[in-house]
Design a binder for this molecule. Structure first.
Ligand SMILES: Cc1ncc(C[n+]2csc(CCOP(=O)(O)OP(=O)(O)O)c2C)c(N)n1
Ligand SMILES: [Mg+2]
Length: 344
């Protein structure tokens, strides 16, 4: 069963709520970071909500996803808890990585969220690995990788898609083409107009969809997921989208104008989907405003509770760092502790 049924009114409202939750979460995260509240770094997903929510909603609950440095939206789309995410951003013990990962390393393996990732292009190899695992164990699971237009030119992304195609693995590759890799526009990074054209090199299906239309993303991923699950191999989907905020907080954005950004804001995915639901009589404008306020209050609560939560104790510094089932690494961790934390 798909995670969220877009045909039902209940499903449509849940899709709207998840997109709003991402918008409110990242608006809050941006404010907190600007106020100096959060350590580390945050990359905001504002403007791109339809890609994460459209794609994950069309997957099944047990499917895997891999994420990027801009991962908050993927986490919320996968149903992760905003409080535990905020706690992770604050470096608190209640966070998904007990406060030791931060924004770029939120992961919940049990939920199938294999991790945000600070290494551009590192998600696709993980997804190919997860798809190989599912195939090997004969499980009905698909792995979907999100990655940016900038990541497409990374060698490991090519290796991952090539292997998944050659081994016919149940994987879906979703390029979030937000038109820039940091400050470099698409046309200065790539020699093709549509990044989905690269699918031809792997002899797999490739499509470009409107990433500002949650329904279009959903339908493309639903089809790709069922092809993958039926043994048809991977699909490459390019979703055209836009990030409204800077690459990072404090980015002065000399590479684009406010007018450029406004063109995309005029096609805002949340507004468009909401208008469609209002027109269909699924909700009223007033109910939408109430929903936005409810979500905003939930995010405020999550942030306030995370601020008040405890940091991990210094004695726990080396816990959760290494996989317990990797003997040499565990030995290394034990040695580090025995050495009082001094590097060998
Ligand atoms: C391997 C690697 N190279 C460079 C960087 C620095 N870096 C961080 S984000 C980024 C741009 C990535 O662009 P894109 O994949 O389009 O993702 P977007 O930020 O647009 O979501 C770069 C170059 C990095 N984190 N990892
Ligand atoms: Mg990009």
């Amino acid at each position: 069963m798909v995670t969220i049924d877009i045909e039902s009114e209940e499903g449509q409202l849940e899709i709207l709520r998840r997109m709003l939750t991402i918008r409110e979460f990242d608006t809050k995260a941006g404010e907190l970071f600007a106020d100096g509240e959060l350590p580390g770094f945050v990359h905001l997903y504002i403007g791109e909500e339809a890609v994460g929510v459209g794609a994950v909603s069309a997957l099944e609950q047990d499917d895997y996803i891999t994420s990027t440095h801009r991962g908050h939206g993927h986490c919320i789309a996968k149903g992760l808890d905003p409080y535990q995410m905020m706690a992770e951003l604050y470096g608190k013990r209640d966070g998904y990585c007990n406060g030791k990962g931060g924004s770029m390393h939120i992961a919940d393996v049990d939920a199938g969220m294999l991790g945000a990732n600070g290494i551009v292009g590192a998600g696709p190899p993980l997804a190919t690995g997860a798809a190989l695992t599912a195939d090997y164990k004969d499980e009905d699971r698909v792995a979907l990788a999100f990655f940016g237009d900038g990541a497409v030119a990374q060698g490991q992304v090519h290796e991952a898609i090539n292997l998944a195609a050659t081994w016919n693995l149940p994987a879906v590759f979703v390029i979030e083409n937000n038109q820039f890799g940091e400050g470099t526009p698409m046309e200065k990074q790539h020699n093709v107009e549509h990044l989905s054209a690269t699918a031809e090199a792997y002899d797999i299906p490739g499509f470009t969809v409107d990433g500002m239309d949650v329904t279009a993303v959903y339908e493309a991923v639903e089809e790709a997921r069922s092809r993958a699950a039926d043994g048809g191999g991977p699909t490459l989907i390019e979703a055209d989208t836009y990030r409204y905020e800077g690459h990072f907080e404090g980015d002065h954005q000399p590479y684009r104008s406010e007018e450029d950004v406004q063109i995309w804001k005029d096609r805002d995915a949340i507004e468009t989907f909401k208008d469609r639901l209002v027109e269909a009589g699924t909700l009223t404008q007033e109910e939408f405003e109430d929903l936005r306020e409810e979500v905003s209050a939930e995010i405020d609560d999550a942030a306030n509770s995370a601020k008040d939560a405890d940091y991990p104790d210094p004695s726990e510094a080396y816990e959760d760092m290494f996989g317990a089932n990797v003997p040499e690494i565990s030995d290394f961790a034990a040695q580090m502790r025995a050495d009082g934390g001094e590097p060998r």
